[in-house]
Design a binder for this molecule. Structure first.
Ligand code: IDC
Length: 356
């Protein structure tokens, strides 16, 4: 072979290597946070102290989690598997998952869904999270059925079953109504008091998160703060949910002040759901307001859960719609939102070094 040809070949080979290297997806960094001790083993049972969520040692503790899409949907239930949760724990640095079970939409629990099968799906999710030492929210995902009272009887039965079964466990959090809408806080409060009573019959301590008016915005539209002005009395370990979508103008406009007001009044707030998109789940995603929000919540040690672990073709989904894998994702399998959230969660987990 001529010298010139040989060099050309070597150069071509090197170039090819470089290109493969540059375009290669980041493989899941499976051991990044593979815990010697899991989050639950390290932090134990959580409780509420003033406005803060604290761990068993009484230290402020922040949950950083991912919410499933509806576990009753074809775009949600495939991701209720142990390997998926392990990927979230060990590659993303998440310490919690949220199991969203719709009550109404898409054969929801109270609208034609197979109740036993859906409960079983929850039990599986809880089992995987527990085996991995992650915290887990059981979410009664009301949405179109805006007034939680509509499903009061079913909610009581459901939470009685759950609380009876999980009363001894350290990692369970109950979210009793995802996003009430079209009803007053007084109505939600009455619903919440009845469901809390049912849970407390079995479990005296588990953290319970109560949904708030206008799709969990801590009060009616705009600047209203009726939840902080009239919280539920007589029970401990109660939190209130605040949901935001980073590309929704009104959320960015009104919710930061409502959060500040609520905390000033002594309310313990948890962001059980947020998305990087508009509130519809679609449209563009906003990196800058997601960053502003998460910086704000990190500073306050407020917990948050990102919507949603799904490949549904909508911008809030954390997986690309072409992704078929149900766990062990490379960065190429993740949507733009997924890549941002993974990177952000990893940085936070590294900074906190919260696992022994
Ligand atoms: C959306 C899903 C979408 C589904 C719809 C059902 O992303 O695929 O078709 O619900 O109505 C919420 C809700 C959550 C929504 C999400 C995005 O809690 O159920 O999921 N969202 O619209 N509140 C604000 C936004």
């Amino acid at each position: 072979m001529k010298r010139k040809t040989m060099w050309r070949r070597i150069t071509a080979m090197l170039l090819a290597f470089a290109m493969v290297f540059m375009t290669a997806a980041v493989q899941p960094d499976v051991d990044a946070f593979a815990a010697v001790k899991t989050p639950v083993a390290t932090h134990g049972r959580l409780s509420v102290k003033g406005t803060n969520l604290v761990d068993a040692k009484g230290q402020k503790f922040q949950l950083r989690g991912v919410s499933t899409h509806g576990i009753n949907w074809d775009v949600g239930y495939p991701y209720v598997n142990k390997a998926a949760f392990k990927t979230l724990r060990d590659d993303w640095g998440a310490n919690a998952v949220r199991l969203a079970m719709y009550t109404s939409e898409y054969n929801g629990y109270c609208a034609g869904g197979d109740r036993a099968a859906l409960r079983n799906q929850i039990h599986k999710g809880v089992k995987y999270a527990t085996e991995l030492g992650m915290y887990v929210i059981i979410d009664w995902h009301i949405l179109n059925d805006g007034n939680p009272m509509t499903r009061l009887a079913q909610a009581k039965t459901f939470f009685a079953i759950m609380a009876k079964r999980y009363k001894g466990q350290k990692n369970i959090i109950y979210e009793i109504c995802n996003e009430p809408n079209g009803c007053q806080w007084s109505t939600i409060k009455s619903y919440a008091t009845q469901v809390i009573k049912v849970i407390r019959n079995y479990d005296k301590n588990a953290v319970i998160v109560v949904g708030t008016p206008t799709w969990s915005q801590l009060g009616s539209d705009g600047t209203h703060n009726e939840v902080a002005d009239s919280p539920i009395r007589g029970y401990k370990n109660i939190m209130y949910s605040l949901h935001f979508y980073a590309n929704e103008w009104s959320h960015n406009q009104y919710l930061p002040a409502k959060l500040t007001y609520a905390r000033k009044k002594g309310l313990a707030v948890m962001v059980t759901e947020f998305g990087m998109s508009a509130a519809s789940g679609g449209g563009g995603i906003s990196y800058s307001s997601t960053k502003t929000w998460l910086d704000r919540l990190d500073k306050l040690s407020v917990s948050y859960f990102c919507w949603s672990l799904s490949n549904k073709n909508e911008s809030c989904s954390l997986l690309k719609s072409s992704t078929r894998k149900t766990s062990g994702w490379t960065t190429n399998d993740l949507s733009s939102a997924g890549r941002y959230i993974r990177a952000r969660y990893r940085i936070r987990e590294k900074a906190l070094g919260s696992r022994a």
